[in-house]
Design a protein around this ligand. Structure first.
Ligand code: HEM
Length: 455
């Protein structure tokens, strides 16, 4: 019963490492997945062997947390250079992960989403105001402004006011560079990384810029008497219900940096891809317009309750995350020697990556997998889904803590955009995806005009 795992041919020593292109690794993996219909294959990336899995039944097995865990390997081991033991890059066995997880979980409950709603609304209104009078908008940049300002305000009480700046916040350039470097290092032999002195100096400088932003956020809070129970308030004051311990200053710094990155990058990609899909699917766009006109007529103040009652817009987001999951893979590893699918031997600590796009379009779980169809997310259709064929927010205990935050923010932003603007794509843009740790459309411009002209 011991079947070999299919392996594309590579080069000596570097294996398949150099075949993995710098731009668009997600596409490279998706193409390989299409050529390996068995649902898994194995790569040698500069000596690190990784098993890539996307068959929904095999994914069901690797999502069993009693058999597999989230290892902190490259690229996340490199992201640790700046995110340290923050939630995203902490090792499960580090006490800091459990402490921060328990302290912060209440900050992501439904009740907390309601508490953040006024801040989410304030920033979404900044976006609408910034678009007022414009004809062409840079979608990806403005979605990034929106989501960065939202996590900074709702999480840490800081107004970044990104819509008032012609350039994106310096944090973002530094973050983009550092994430790209972390990904490059994943493809390099460590000896090569060691030789690249200039890249290393630039990397350290970018990390300092990000840390300066974080230190300013923490300093600003410590200077005031602000007793908000937002993310920062909890981190500074709360004790872990299990151990009674507080988070260390170093850990708080790592968490703030983690949330500034994890709290905006993926949500902005999701919103940008959602607008892309709406341009390609006019009948869905029409349904979305009808929904906002029904639920938020005229100048009705959007409330948390109204946003929670939306139906079309949430399904647009679900379907967008199926076809364009900003996090293109999650890493896992076997706790002990085991077998996958009853026949593939997996040694203890073997690195595994679940590939989102090949999973989310796997023909055994999805009909017409490439079609953007929001009706897959109607309750009766959803009840028939394969239980492990959709993982845009990851898996188990290490799944995304910010899922509800992201979805609330994204629903509100789409609703406010569609209420105010007719969006169109006269140039018929070609989707051009940029990948750092996550994927986003790049050079994505849309034409807008006020809805009143239209009605
Ligand atoms: C973890 C996706 C938004 C904070 C994750 C993971 C995924 C993910 C796939 C697991 C990564 C892994 O297994 O290595 C997304 C997507 C989002 C989103 C698709 C938007 C649509 C957010 C937001 C926040 C956030 C808004 C914060 C406000 C985090 C954190 C973790 C995480 C802290 C690490 C959790 C842990 O390991 O304890 N996210 N995320 N994410 N996400 Fe998100």
């Amino acid at each position: 019963t011991n079947a070999p795992i299919p392996t594309p041919r590579g080069l000596p020593i570097v294996g398949n490492g150099l075949q993995v292109p710098v731009e668009g690794t997600h596409q490279f993996f998706a193409d390989l997945a299409a050529r390996h219909p068995g649902g898994l294959f194995k790569l040698n990336m500069a000596g690190r062997h990784v098993v890539l899995v996307y068959d929904p039944d095999l994914v069901t097995e690797v999502c069993d947390e009693s058999r597999f865990y989230k290892p902190i390997d490259p690229p996340l081991a490199h992201v640790r250079d700046f995110a340290g033991d923050g939630l995203f890059t902490a090792r499960q066995e580090e006490p800091a992960w459990g402490q921060a997880h328990r302290i912060l979980l209440p900050a992501f409950s439904q009740r907390s989403m309601k508490a953040y709603f006024p801040q989410m609304l304030e920033v979404a209104e900044d976006l609408v105001a910034a678009w007022d009078g414009k004809t062409d908008v840079d979608v990806t940049d403005d979605m990034t402004r929106l989501t960065l300002d939202t996590i900074a305000l709702a999480g840490f009480g800081q107004r970044f006011k990104s819509f008032e700046q012609p350039e994106l916040h310096p944090f973002l350039q530094a973050m983009g560079n550092a994430l790209t470097e972390a990904m490059d290092r994943t493809r390099q032999l460590p000896v090569v990384t060691g030789l690249k002195r200039r890249a290393d100096a630039a990397y350290r400088a970018d990390i300092s810029i990000m840390q300066a932003t974080v230190d300013e956020v923490i300093r600003a809070r410590r200077q005031t008497n602000d007793k908000s129970r937002d993310l920062l308030g909890l981190m500074l004051d709360a004790t872990d219900p299990l151990t009674g311990e507080r988070l260390s200053d170093e850990n708080i710094r790592n968490q703030v940096l983690t949330f500034l990155i994890a709290g905006h990058e993926t949500t902005s990609g999701t919103l940008s891809f959602a607008l892309h899909h709406l341009m390609r699917n006019p009948h869905v766009l029409a349904q979305a317009y009808a929904e906002v006109d029904r639920m938020l007529p005229g100048d009705t103040e959007p409330t948390y309750e109204t946003i929670m009652k939306l139906d079309v817009i949430p399904r647009i987001l679900d379907e967008t995350l199926r076809l364009h999951s900003p996090i293109t893979a999650i890493g896992l590893a076997a706790r002990e020697d085991t077998t996958l699918g009853g026949r593939y031997a997996i040694p203890a600590n073997q690195k595994i990556a679940v590939l989102m796009k090949p999973l989310h379009t796997h023909p055994s779980a999805w009909t017409d997998p490439e079609t953007f169809d929001i009706d897959r997310w109607l309750p009766e259709a959803k009840a028939t889904h394969h239980p492990h064929a959709y993982k845009p927010f990851g898996n188990g205990e290490r799944a995304c803590i910010g899922r509800q935050f992201a979805l609330t923010e994204a629903r509100l932003a789409l609703a406010l955009i569609l209420r105010r603007f007719v969006i169109s794509d006269p140039q018929g843009h070609q989707l051009n995806i940029k990948q750092t740790l996550t994927i986003k459309p790049q050079e994505f411009t849309l034409r807008i005009r006020p809805r009143q002209d239209h009605q």
